[in-house]
Design a protein around this ligand. Structure first.
Ligand SMILES: Nc1ncnc2c1ncn2[C@@H]1O[C@H](COP(=O)(O)OP(=O)(O)OP(=O)(O)O)[C@@H](O)[C@H]1O
Ligand SMILES: [Zn+2]
Length: 728
């Protein structure tokens, strides 16, 4: 009888439990250091349940341990800097290590599939296949059709997916008969990279800041829209990655990863540029991950989760639009991709560029404190001039579906010049609320503390928080009056109003209703092309695409943002206004921005108009400091939800009572969440704040285990959000 193994594998599993689990190695295996970082399949839970986990260490074997079923990697999949950074991330964002590691892996790897080959594959006709083609290609049918397609040369599998749907089965038949074979396609030949423009002094200063010194070099590149930040990224990649034989990672916000951008990178860099975003099939994402892990991939451009890519030969990390909220994951493991990117750059000892026209106040604060180098690009590159801004005072004005006569005239003039206008309204639907003109009743969601949005010209009510739908009543349920009226205007109503006023004009609406799927924005914009016309849309249009004929941006409904309770509201509103305004006049045509408001004297608007974003940032920073908010304090939010408010309150009371010691950490609450009911569940929270980050983390490390053990925790769902971006 073989001796029982003395060493067990310590395995992190993707389950919401803080601890790792010990297993014996699979039959015939000896646990040793070469297992660490490899995936294993293990029995877990009841019956024949299984999980794929990652070996995170070794432990002494004790009697009664179960045995792992299989080792899935011969070589560690997670190692070195990436493994260390993920451990750090799990600790920082208070996530179980197993969940953090699972979050970091593309789907197929999480499910236990082998690391895919990093090169693309294709199919080609064999000699026998070509001989058969010479004789006519055999019997008619799908296999013959495919074989004919291969006559001209190998076709890669991505292409086949596009052009020959359902090709795999007939191709297998061809391959079984020895007529076609699968081949690895080598990397495409490098193309000569065309030289970029001569850099402006600001751009040169940015590159010089990166070139200066060694190791970790964080740079805040604060450049107004169109000032040439992307040009800086491109040259920095060429210099610090490609010319040095190293890799570059570029993070972009979800809506910023446009085909236009990828195309620009590919053309200018002359090497293959891998992409990673939510629109790609899982297999493709795993392949990009594998290519970077093996060092075959040189440049990866991706959204939030691309921050988890292995960078064994890292040379540079870029985070574009670093202030963008989409870098923060809002459920599951609530990590922040920008912050992790900076941590990784430090661990990798490489430069990192954080670029934005409107930097997050946290980032700006780091730059002002001297922790980051800071280069400003104050002017647009090329011929484009900054747009002229006009504020339209709405007080006592007649409005047509939320639009003032000034705004409509400006749109009309723009169309008459043969140019394009963007009417921006960050609210989809027909109207934000349906009210009774006689008694003030309004239609609210039965399951949420929120008004229902009016859609389809008033024929449907939809809750934007839980998706509930309802038919509007014919009469007011409270007073039976027939005077029910949609109040305010969303994109749908604005589109209608514009169509009435400009019946001849080409109108394109871009919001979540009209734009499903990744390519939908592209298709909308292609429909508009270079013709005169009007775009109506939400935030989706705030950045990304270059629209050279767009000269007017009209902003409708900024006032909600001026009076929000959210401590970040001012920052967010200023960022949005600047991003949207930046769409006007990007080429040689001058741009104009029209801003409608009932509060033309609001300090935020005045500061923005007089001093731009830097002035707003200074104002907001002073307010944050006075109020003890980030970046001058560090926050963690305990979020709780349950079917009943009693369960929520009971847990929060217990959790707060368990917050012992750590007196420098302020406990605010328990209190209801700003939206106290959502989708039929009650929501509450406890806000923790500290002046120093280590104090906050020490408290969390002490309290979380206690919270987990509370009886009242069983009746609720709860999560800790470290550095929450919003308090909802
Ligand atoms: N040094 C330069 N000389 C001439 N043209 C330039 C220069 N740098 C950038 N440009 C051009 O100016 C335009 C804006 O540049 P770029 O896209 O790099 O700016 P950006 O700051 O990244 O823009 P955005 O804020 O939209 O992300 C582009 O058409 C670009 O080709
Ligand atoms: Zn609802």
């Amino acid at each position: 009888m073989p001796a029982a193994p003395e060493t067990a594998l310590r395995i992190a599993l993707p389950v919401p439990l803080p601890q790792a689990f010990d297993y014996l190695p699979p039959a015939g295996g000896d646990a040793g250091p070469d297992w660490v970082g490899c995936r294993v399949r293990v029995p877990f839970g009841r019956g024949d349940g299984e999980q794929v986990g990652v070996v995170v260490g070794l432990a002494a074997a004790v009697p009664g341990l179960k045995q792992a079923t299989a080792r899935l990697d011969a070589m560690p999949l997670l190692q070195g800097e990436l493994f260390a950074s993920l451990r750090w991330a799990a600790g920082y964002w208070q996530a179980p290590l197993g969940e953090m590691l699972a979050t970091a892996l593309p789907g197929p790897l999480r499910a236990g599939q082998p690391l895919p080959e990093s090169c693309a594959h294709g199919w080609t006709a064999t000699a026998a296949g070509r001989a058969l083609l010479g004789e006519g290609g055999g019997r008619p049918g799908k296999p013959r059709e495919l074989l004919r397609a291969l006559a001209a040369g190998a076709i890669d599998e991505d292409r086949l997916d596009l052009d020959q749907p359902g090709w795999r089965t007939p191709m297998r038949r061809l391959s079984e008969r020895g007529l076609a074979e699968r081949i690895a396609l080598g990397p495409p030949a490098p193309r000569p990279a065309p030289p970029g423009p001569v850099l402006l002094p600001g751009q040169q200063a940015a590159l010089a800041a990166l070139a200066q010194g060694e190791g970790f070099r964080p740079l805040l590149l604060e450049g107004v829209t169109g000032s040439g930040k992307t040009e800086v990224y491109l040259q920095a990649i060429a210099e610090h990655a490609l010319a040095a034989g190293r890799q570059a990672l570029v993070l972009v916000p979800e809506i910023g990863l446009t085909p236009q951008l990828l195309d620009r990178f590919r053309r200018r860099l002359g090497v293959p540029v891998l992409a990673m975003h939510s629109g790609l099939p899982d297999g493709e994402r795993a392949r990009a991950w594998a290519a970077m892990a093996r060092g075959d991939g040189r440049v990866l451009v991706g959204t939030r989760s691309a921050v988890f890519c292995p960078l064994p030969e890292a040379g540079l990390i870029v985070v574009d639009e670093e202030h963008d909220a989409s870098y923060k994951q809002q459920d599951g493991v609530r990590y922040h991709a920008r912050d992790l990117a900076v941590v990784r750059a430090r661990a990798l000892a490489v430069p990192v560029v954080l670029g934005s026209a409107t930097p997050a106040l946290e980032t700006l604060h780091n730059a002002l404190a001297g922790r980051y180098r800071h280069v400003r690009l104050d002017r647009r590159a090329g011929a484009a001039k900054p747009p002229r801004v006009r504020v339209v005072d709405l007080r006592k004005r007649q409005l047509q579906h939320g639009l003032s006569e000034e705004l409509l005239t400006a749109v009309g003039d723009c169309l008459a010049r043969g140019e394009q206008a963007l009417v921006f309204r960050n609210r989809r639907g027909y109207a934000p609320v349906l009210i009774c003109h006689d008694c003030g009743w309004s239609a609210t969601c039965r399951r949420c503390d929120a008004a229902m949005t009016v859609h389809v010209g008033g024929r449907r009510l939809i809750c934007h928080h839980c998706g509930a739908r309802a038919t509007p009543p014919n009469a007011c349920p409270d007073c039976a009056s027939l005077g029910l009226m949609p109040q305010g205007a969303g994109t749908e109503r604005i589109e209608q109003a514009l169509a009435e006023r400009f019946p001849e004009a080409l109108l394109v609406r871009v919001d979540r209703e009209t734009t499903r799927g990744r390519d939908a924005i592209e298709r909308h914009l292609a429909r508009l092309g270079d013709q005169p016309g009007i775009l109506v849309g939400t935030q989706m249009l705030a950045k990304g695409h270059d629209l050279p004929r767009l000269t007017l941006v009209a902003v409708v409904g900024v006032d909600e943002g001026l009076f929000s309770a959210d401590f970040r509201a001012g920052e967010k509103l200023a960022q949005l206004l600047i991003q949207v305004s930046g769409r006007a006049g990007r080429a040689d045509l001058p741009g104009e921005v029209v801003l409608q408001t009932h509060h033309p004297d609001h300090p935020l608007l005045n500061t923005l108009l007089a001093g731009g974003y830097p002035a707003v940032a200074a104002l907001e920073l002073a307010q944050r400091e006075a109020a003890g908010f980030p970046p001058y304090a560090f926050l963690a939010l305990l979020r709780v939800e349950a079917p009943t408010v009693d369960a929520v309150d009971a847990f929060l009371e217990d959790a707060k009572a368990a917050c012992t010691g750590h007196d420098t950490v302020r406990r605010n609450g328990p209190m209801p969440a700003p939206m106290a009911r959502r989708a039929g569940r009650s929501r509450g929270q406890l806000l923790l704040a500290a002046d120093r980050r280590p104090e906050l983390h020490a408290a969390l490390d002490a309290w979380l285990p206690v919270w987990r053990g509370l009886r009242s925790a069983r009746r609720v769902r709860w999560a800790v959000d470290v550095d929450p971006v919003d308090l909802y």
